[in-house]
Design a binder for this molecule. Structure first.
Ligand code: ZN
Length: 264
């Protein structure tokens, strides 16, 4: 074998180790959008807020994402239980029964609510659900949240748990983004896109000032630490991020700018 061929075969092996798919397609699914409440922000003064938002207005939105790999369609979060995500899927030619895999970033109602339909049945009858073990234990055993318990029970043994650092399914790794909730997970899809969940709620403020947390964060200091860690990772590696509360389509690339980040 010539030196060139040896080099080429090594390159192919390296590529196949670092990349489980040829490429992925991310589709944004908008649930709802409205006006955000600046009173939810923690760690920002009125004057800083006025500088960032001269009219003191910011948007608020809920999204889910569909990731298409060559093998399957994977749904990341499900929005509220209002049927909007099912409608968005049908606009993309998919019925609820076509979804076989759902990965959850965490167990707040705007993320798991869509698992349950209006008749209190599993909205995705053929889906396997993946959720962080710490997150599941927190809501089911510690908080004993009835809505979470009900939703997970509807899927029975099709609920699977994972831990931070696990390859949840082929090519998709669970990164520790805890703080917003105890098991809040960011998914690294094939080193191509990070599904960042609730790492940010109001990007108009939190991209420029990532130290700002929100009242929804169970542990605001830890949430801030995770936000900066994940956004640094995305900026350093030039990886696209997709976030459930980022201004639609909710998919962007960021770079470091000043004390924070900007999209480009
Ligand atoms: Zn949320």
């Amino acid at each position: 074998m010539s030196k060139f061929l040896i080099a080429l075969s090594l390159a192919v092996i390296l590529l196949s180790v670092s990349s489980a798919f040829a490429s992925v397609e991310v589709i944004s699914l908008l649930d709802v959008q409205g006006e955000g409440n600046t009173g939810l922000l923690i760690g920002i003064s009125d004057s800083q807020l006025k500088e960032l938002l001269p009219d003191m207005k910011m948007k608020s939105q809920i999204l889910a994402f569909l990731v298409k790999t060559p093998d399957e369609n994977i749904l990341f979060d499900t929005g509220l239980g209002d049927g909007h995500i099912i409608k968005r899927l049908s606009e993309n030619g998919l019925r609820p029964e076509d979804i076989k895999t759902i990965l959850l970033t965490h167990l707040h109602p705007d993320h798991f609510g869509g698992l349950v339909d209006a008749d209190n049945k599993a909205a995705f009858p053929n889906a396997d659900i993946y959720v962080n073990e710490v997150e599941r234990a927190y809501w089911v055993n510690d908080i004993k949240n009835e809505a979470v318990i009900n939703a997970l029970n509807l899927y029975g043994d099709r609920v699977h748990v994972f831990n931070f650092g696990d390859e949840v399914i082929s090519g998709i790794k669970a990164l520790d983004a805890s703080g917003h909730t105890p098991g809040h997970t960011v998914f690294d899809v094939n080193n191509e896109v990070l599904i960042v969940g609730d790492i940010m709620h109001f990007p108009e403020v939190q991209l420029k000032m990532p130290e700002v947390s929100v009242k929804y964060d169970v542990a605001p200091d830890k949430a801030r630490e995770s936000r900066i860690k994940i956004l640094d990772y995305a900026a350093d590696k030039n990886i696209t991020i997709a976030g459930m509360h980022i201004t639609p389509p909710g998919i962007l690339k960021i770079k470091k700018a000043g004390q924070g980040y900007e999209k480009f």
